[in-house]
Each structure stands twice: as C-alpha cells, then as structure tokens.
Design a protein around this ligand. Structure first.
Ligand code: SF4
Length: 389
C-alpha cells in the first residue's frame, strides 16, 4: 500500500472511531476514566468560601494526553448522555434540566431566547386625540411594552413587504376611551385595546376621498385578518388584560390606533418573548465527614432552604443528611464559621447539568419558545456549515 493510501485508510478508521486515532484505541492500558480527583475538577465547579474554582470546561481533546485519556467530544457519547427532563410546566413558565451539554450551548439558548425569538409588539401609534395627563410619548412607550398574544409565526417581518403595512405583517388595535364630565375618574387598562381585523380606520392624509375611491388609511389590507382560521379561534389581543395604561379625569379622552409588527428582542426589549430565561448549574452538597448530634442540629439551622435534615442513628444519636441539594442557593452559610465547617461540607456545581427556567411574556407557550430557539441555533449552524463548505 502506498503512503498516500495508508494515510487515507488511517483517516477513514479515525472517522469510524469518532476522531480518535487507531493507535490510541488499540492500546490495552488506556485508562477509561480519569483519577477521581481530576474527574471532580473536570466535571464540577468547587464553591469555596471566597470564590468558585475550576469554573472552566476543558474542550481540547488532548488535555489529558499525559495520562493517555482521550478528552475528545464524540457524537455517539453526546447523544447517549444528553437528556432533557421537564420539572415544572405551566402556561407561563417551564423549568427543565438540560444534562450533558456545554455551558456555551446552554448560554446560546438563553441569549437566543432573550434576543432572537421573534414576537409581535406595538411599534407605531397614531394618536387622534389625547387630553389625558399622560404625555403622548409616555403613553406610546407603555403601549409598546404590552405583550401581544398573537403567534409571530403567522406573520412576516415588515421589511419583507417593502414598507407596506398589510394583513401579513401588521395587527391593528384601536383604543378609544373617554370620561364624561360629572363622572368619576376612570382607569384605562389594556383590555380597552380592540383588534381591527380590517386594518387601520384612521385617514392617513388630509385629502378628501373621491366619491368612487376609498380614503387612504395607514394600512393597505387586501383581505380581512378575521377570515384567517387561526384568528377565528383566538383573535389577537393583549396577553394581560389588566395592565394600567392611563387614568382619565372628567372630560378627558384618548383616541388612538396601535400597530403591532414582528420583531426581535435585540432590536428592542419589547419584542423579547421572555420575561426571563436563565439557568443555574445543578448544586451538589456533600458531607465530607459525619456531622452528628448538636453539630447536626447546628448545620440544619444554618441552611435557610432546608437542604439538610436529621437522621436518627439509634442510641439517642442523630446525624445530618443531605435531603434536597437541588434547593441550594449557594449562600455558603453552611461553610461559614471557620475552617472546620469548610472541611465538613463541600459545595459544588455540576458543570454539564443546567436547571433552565423560561418565563414567557405570553406570545408563545414556554415550551414552544425553547423549540423555536433550537430551530434558530440549528439555522445558524447550517449557515456556518454552508459558508465553510
Ligand atoms: S450554601 Fe446555603 S443553601 Fe446551600 S446548603 Fe449551604 S446553607 Fe444551604
């Protein structure tokens, strides 16, 4: 076999072994695991009294080459280890564990959720009349921040229509409230926004329409949005109906139109689909020594979130146990009080286990938001692959 053929077959074998060269796979004495002290440093953040240690993740495949341990990421082992476990799921929020993933990927999901998953938000306000105490720009800002309950996947970005506001890219709401003279003050809430399925009703310019032509408005809908089956079941509107917008005194009035369009959070926070999206690494609380009797009582009373409990070990003696490490907030109270406490309790974080929480503002359910974030990351990866190939 020629030298070139040899190297080609080496590369092919290497590909079959997930990128690990044959001569490593064939070694009989290659340790399958790191020594336990190194395994801890590789997989855990150690939370000492003053600062966390070993916060980095070691990606380089040859980082443990001196120990003849392969550190490369293999697709098959990633697929075997990766897990998502949903812990809590309501209409507004979801908490799930994402296990077996690098912090960079978990953070990518968080950032995409905050800044790149699109929603509909009020972008343009046309004020016909505002005699309330609240200024036009403040009122407009308040309206912009109202979460709109409309599936953004049913709409296009306004840029795609060349600046035209049509039924595919704009949702129009009308707000017309007044407080009659002699009546008590009224509070205007978001439920006063009424959807206009046929588009804007305000005349866009001062020219009077001819008898045979329609007056020009701020949108040009070719058909009613009400005819779309998606909206017949659930018409677009504010997700929360009790957001206070203004207070009107006797004789005051607000009349306006609010136009919502599709956008992303990196343009303005009003388009962000999440109230918050965050994660924390799974806490690990280890008792390095037996903590008994009065010390056990002291340890239990130190923890504000009841991570520890007392176990009866007979003959009137008690021992502290860890019962709910997941609740640990890393306040470090349990290791405060001298070196002896730091020797008794070890606080750690699991580097590849993330407790992920997504709170939706209401535009999309929280589980859908996450799947949309996955699709966006997938698109980005495909773009990179296309650019490189
Ligand atoms: S760090 Fe705080 S929350 Fe965590 S176990 Fe110790 S006392 Fe409890």
């Amino acid at each position: 076999m020629s030298e070139e053929e040899n190297s080609m077959s080496e590369i092919e074998n290497q590909e079959q072994n997930g990128g690990v060269p044959d001569y490593i796979m064939d070694l009989e004495d290659v340790p399958s695991k790191l020594p336990s002290h190194l395994q801890v440093l590789k997989t855990r953040v150690i939370c000492n009294m003053d600062a966390p240690q070993h916060t980095d993740t070691l990606q380089y495949s040859g980082v443990y080459a001196a120990l003849r341990v392969d550190n490369s990421v293999r697709l098959d082992s990633f697929c075997n280890n990766f897990k998502v476990e949903v812990k809590r799921f309501t209409d507004d929020d979801i908490e799930f564990d994402m296990i077996g993933i690098d912090p960079a990927i978990a953070n990518a999901f968080r950032r995409i959720l905050i800044a790149e998953v699109p929603t509909m938000a009020i972008e343009r306000i046309y004020i016909a009349n505002n005699t309330s105490l609240i200024q036009d720009e403040v009122l407009s800002h308040r309206l912009g921040l109202i979460p709109i309950d409309a599936d953004p996947r049913l709409f296009e970005y306004p840029d795609n229509a060349g600046g035209e506001n049509n039924e595919k890219n704009t949702i129009v709401f009308k707000l017309h409230v007044s407080c009659k003279k002699g009546h008590p003050r009224i509070t205007v809430k978001s439920d006063a926004l009424k959807w206009l399925p046929n588009g804007s009703e305000l005349i866009a310019d001062n020219t009077k329409p001819n008898a045979d032509s329609k007056a020009k408005t701020f949108t040009s809908f070719s058909c009613s949005q009400g005819s779309r089956p998606e909206f017949s079941k659930k018409p677009p509107g504010p997700y929360n109906l009790d957001i206070i917008l203004a207070k009107l005194g006797p004789g005051q009035e607000i009349e306006l139109e609010a136009h919502a369009v599709k956008g992303v959070g990196k343009t303005h926070a009003k388009w962000s689909p999440v109230a918050t999206a965050w994660y924390r690494m799974l806490p690990e609380v280890i008792l390095m020594k037996d903590v008994k009797d009065d010390l056990a009582e002291e340890l239990v009373s130190k923890c504000p979130v009841k991570v520890f409990d007392i176990e009866d070990i007979g003959k009137g003696r008690r021992k502290a146990t860890v019962v709910n490490a997941r609740a640990c907030t890393l306040c470090r109270e349990c290791i405060r009080g001298g070196q002896e406490w730091e020797d008794r309790v070890a606080l750690r974080r699991v580097k590849d286990h993330f407790i992920f929480t997504i709170e939706s503002t209401g535009a999309l359910p929280p589980d859908v938001l996450f799947t949309e974030a996955v699709k966006i990351l997938e698109d980005k990866c495909e773009r990179v692959i296309t650019e490189l190939s």
